[in-house]
Design a binder for this molecule. Structure first.
Ligand code: ADP
Ligand code: MG
Length: 493
């Protein structure tokens, strides 16, 4: 019956079971005499795994071996299964006659494997540059030299992730394991992860860092299984001290890879070796990833990288510009930072586009060129905001521009900008409109005419009336005073 069971396995499954058995043998070799292992276990192997009963079945060739294995290895095998597979699983022995043949699909070469283990011990010695180079060749370490902590702009949106990454880079193994960074696309996760890698390469020279996009990890594992080289792959990984897997969401639905990665993960953590992961969402939302792996992902430090605010976006543009060593005016950058909001990669893309245009045209770009370029890239540029920006870039007193205050007020009261700017007489709309007119006058020094234009072409008198009305209301309304303080506070930041 067992025979039929194994015949139905595909190559991937057999390779996985062989790999698990290798891990078990290597584990046992820490405690047992290798000669004993070779005598009794070289003709055995993992035959099947019963997830319901939580049992790993180990096939043995006959009654005699069964008795011996039970006698010598019962406790060790249970510990090995707990460590190498799953802490909730036990082992059971089953006679499986195919193991009487000289070789079969589930058997591994114990003698060879234990030699492997001997050489793996040498990792404790400092690595020679040669070994490090070989590993680099093997994993193809892809560190982008510009992705460093120095070139990463820190703002409210990313300061948590930044300091965690810095702490891990300074003391890998000691702080958080794993470090899990998540956030939507283009917000700097890969940059931060590679900054850790670059830092380690220069500051901890003996430490081996491997950076693998999750897609590469999957490819490596599938390839290794096909070529029957899984144990060689795992061995290479065991020489790594800091393992980085980028975009782990791509492991979703890749069950075999997840199982193998789970074991790699446990091995790293139990040896106090650092793991760093990134993902586009937090661990608990990784629906296509098995629960035990998700829970491992959250057991260290989980931090998010959010969308940067206007000031951070502007600082990022300045940083990128400096790397490219080209002149570009402040107001131009402000316009780009204002409209390209969601994604730093797009922000950089827009900047590059304008730099190329500038080069091709052989002259400085006008602000109109920037607006046109942004439109071509698909960003919505409203005429009102454009006018206001032109004004704000001249207004050096305030770091925040008026448009961002309008957005803030709309968000704060949960109303649409269009209603604030229109003619709606609903109290929350008209009061917000009055508040903004008041701010435009008092804090932005706008002319009454300009204010009227912005709020849907209202005349001079309407604006004065609104501002005076708000002024009066303010004196008797503490809630309004509080609200106003929030907005003026933001202006001063
Ligand atoms: P993610 O991995 O989150 O999709 P990346 O790390 O690839 O994003 O970032 C996209 C681009 O934006 C990169 O060129 C990166 O250097 C840049 N970037 C993102 N955030 C920052 C930041 N805070 N400072 C400087 N550059 C940043
Ligand atoms: Mg990335």
């Amino acid at each position: 019956m067992l025979f039929d069971l194994v015949q139905g396995y595909d190559e991937e499954k057999k390779a996985y079971l062989r790999w698990l058995w290798e891990q078990i043998i290597i584990f046992l070799a820490k405690e047992y005499d290798p000669k004993k292992i070779i005598s009794f276990l070289s003709k055995c192997g993992v035959v099947s795994i019963d997830d319901k009963e939580k049992i790993v079945y180990i096939g043995v060739p006959n009654e005699f071996v069964l008795t011996q294995v039970k006698k010598f290895f019962h406790k060790g095998l249970n510990q090995a299964v707990e460590q190498c597979y799953n802490p909730h699983f036990k082992h059971k022995l089953a006679i499986y006659q195919v193991f009487q043949q000289s070789s079969n699909d589930l058997q591994v070469q114990c003698a060879k494997l234990l030699e492997v283990k001997e050489s793996a011990k040498r990792i404790d010695n400092p690595l020679t540059p040669d070994t490090k180079q070989k590993l680099t060749d093997f994993f193809g370490i892809l560190f982008e030299k510009n992705y460093t902590f120095d070139t990463f702009v820190v703002g409210e949106s990313n300061k948590f992730a930044f300091s965690a990454a810095k702490a891990v880079a300074e003391k890998p193994w000691l702080v958080y394991n794993p470090l899990f960074l998540y956030g939507s696309v283009g917000l700097g996760k890969t940059h931060l992860m590679q900054a850790i890698g670059n830092f380690i390469l220069t500051h901890h020279r003996d430490t081996v860092v491997a950076y693998l996009p999750a897609t590469k990890l999957i490819d490596e594992i599938v390839y290794a299984i096909q070529k029957n080289k899984l144990s060689a792959f795992i061995k290479k990984l065991s020489e790594v001290d800091v393992l980085m897997i980028d975009d782990v969401q791509f492991l979703g639905d890749k069950e075999k890879t997840q199982e193998i990665f789970h074991n790699i993960f446990n091995e790293f953590v139990s040896q106090k070796k650092q793991i760093i992961l990134t993902s586009d969402r937090p661990p608990k939302e990784l629906n296509a990833i098995e629960a035990r792996l998700k829970s491992r992902f959250s057991q260290g430090l989980v931090c998010d990288v959010k969308t940067p605010d206007f000031e951070t976006r502007l600082a990022i543009l300045k940083e990128k510009l400096q790397l490219k060593d080209e002149g570009f005016s402040g107001p131009h950058l402000e316009i780009i930072a204002k409209f390209v909001k969601e994604n730093v990669r797009e922000l950089e893309g827009a900047l590059n586009l304008f730099l190329t245009q500038k080069k091709l045209l052989g002259k400085d770009l006008s602000e109109q060129d920037i607006y046109d370029g942004l439109k071509t890239l698909g960003f919505k540029i409203s005429q009102d905001l454009k006018q206001l920006l032109e004004y704000d870039t001249m207004n050096t007193r305030s770091t925040k521009n008026f448009a961002s205050i309008v957005e803030m007020v709309a968000q704060y009261y949960n109303i649409a900008i269009i209603d604030i700017k229109g003619d709606s007489r609903k109290k929350e709309h008209s009061q917000s409109r009055q508040l903004l007119m008041y701010l435009a006058k008092k804090h932005f020094n706008r002319t009454l005419e300009k204010i009227g234009d912005y709020f849907g072409g209202k005349d001079h008198a309407t604006v004065i009336y609104a501002i005076n009305k708000f002024d009066k209301l303010l004196k008797t309304n503490p809630k309004l005073q509080q609200d106003l303080a929030v907005f003026t506070g933001a202006l001063e930041q």
